[in-house]
Design a protein around this ligand. Structure first.
Ligand code: MEV
Length: 423
């Protein structure tokens, strides 16, 4: 998408009006708009082929976060989530970051790790050398499993051998490093790990047990940075307040867990919308946060010499734009089209930026007015709409209920009555 993602007032429009705008910006077909409107977009027979023992289809709201400028490109970001305020928070934070030039995001190549557990070898050092000496042959066996991936520039590229001490004694762990290109990659890596295992057993005389991808994808990192001008945040005191919030998280795992949860609000919502594996992302993120031996916040925040706020988020993001539900779920396809990403790495760059945006929004709210005020506004809006208010009346009723501290359906109805009678 090369059009703007700045859509002021988008949140106030009825769904049908939002869809009209989106249809034009993302060049959606009538059929794709139909899928978004239809709560039965995942046909039951397709659901039945995706997992086992299917008894229905479970729905969640699908929204668009606005204002995202990442590496000088505008993105409308699809998010699927049950929690109120997350989409609004991402859009608000992206608007602030935009005023500092937008997000700068990058990724390492999409290298996933396949682990092969080797036990029962007599001499660990000798076995390790044998495996390293046979590297080319092992990579060749792995690559025979996916010639198309190799043709696309991916495939098994390298291997590492680690010795670990366990309650069952020392063992060798072979890491097969596979460039999975635009796939999430778990299937490819598992297939390759299983394929090379018999050869590893043959050359070492050992016994292989596990052959499986590692979700601690340290070789597949995504990174986003942003600078928010202090004036946009409300002054240098707010910058300092956010730095106190960060210091808290950096010193205390109880806070760091919640800090990181706020980041995952954004990351997971985009992962769900695009049909990606959210559990793999959560596992990777939290293991990465604890890699130093202490559970830490995934993001860092500091003050620039001009007094502005600078944030950085680095984390493993193993996602795909081909394979699995990214292609089989019709709405995931629409989400990817709206985003307009060309590679899995570009998707990861968007996701890490959204994670940083949600983190910024949470820290700003928590360090200043608290998060309940924003929540209340949204809650009040829902109540006003449920009471039957439309258009400008919604905002008037919301303001009145918040001012009175009475956010209730009966009060919303009363105010609506009053307003419609007075004309
Ligand atoms: C709520 O979903 C997320 C927050 O708790 C994150 C945080 O505390 O940083 C607001």
């Amino acid at each position: 998408m090369n059009k703007t993602s700045r859509l002021p007032g988008f949140y106030k429009l009825p769904i049908i009006e939002r869809l009209k705008i989106l249809k034009e910006l993302a060049e959606l077909t009538d059929e794709e708009v139909g899928l978004l409107l239809n709560t039965g977009s995942l046909p039951i027979d397709l659901a039945d082929r995706m997992i086992e023992n299917v008894i229905g289809v479970f729905h969640l709201p699908f929204a668009i976060a606005t204002n995202f400028l990442i590496n000088e490109k505008d993105y409308l970001v699809p998010m699927v989530i049950e929690e109120p305020s997350v989409v609004a928070a991402a859009s608000n934070a992206a608007k602030m970051v935009r005023q500092g030039g937008g997000f700068k995001a990058s990724t390492t190549p999409p290298i996933m790790i396949g682990q092969i557990q080797l036990v029962g070898v007599k001499d660990l050092e000798e076995a390790k050398e044998t495996i390293i000496g046979e590297k080319d042959k092992i990579l060749e066996i792995a690559n025979e499993k996916d010639p198309l991936l190799v043709k696309l520039g991916g495939g098994a590229k390298d291997l590492e051998v680690r010795t670990i001490n366990s309650i069952k004694g020392s063992m060798l762990i072979v890491h097969l490093l596979v460039d999975v290109r635009d796939a999430m990659g778990a299937n490819i890596v598992n297939t390759m790990a299983e394929a090379v295992a018999p050869y590893i057993e043959k050359i070492t005389g050992g016994r292989v047990y596990l052959r499986i991808v590692s979700n601690l994808a340290v070789k597949r990192l995504a990174r986003a940075e942003c600078i928010v001008p202090k004036e946009v945040l409300g002054g240098e005191e707010v910058v300092d307040a956010i730095l106190y919030a960060y210091a808290f998280a950096a010193a205390d795992p109880y806070r760091a867990a919640t800090h990181n949860k706020g980041i995952m609000n954004g990351v997971i919502a985009v992962a769900l919308a695009t049909g990606n594996d959210t559990r793999a992302l959560e596992a990777g993120a939290h293991a990465y946060a604890a890699l130093s031996g202490k559970y830490l916040p995934l993001s860092t925040w500091e003050k620039t010499k001009e007094g502005n706020l600078k944030g950085c988020l680095e984390m493993p993001i193993a996602v795909g734009i081909v394979g699995g539900a990214t292609r089989s779920n019709p709405l995931a396809k629409v989400a990817l089209k709206i985003l307009g990403v060309k590679t899995a790495n570009e998707l990861a760059e968007v996701m890490v930026s959204v994670g940083l945006a949600n983190n910024l929004a949470a820290l700003k709210a928590l360090a200043t007015e608290g998060i309940q005020k924003g929540h209340m506004k949204l809650h009040a809006r829902n109540i006003a709409i449920a009471a039957g208010a439309k258009g400008k009346l919604i905002d008037i009723i919301v303001e009145r209920m918040i001012k009175e501290g009475k956010i209730r359906l009966d009060r919303a109805k009363e105010i609506l009555d009053e307003l419609t009678k007075s004309g």
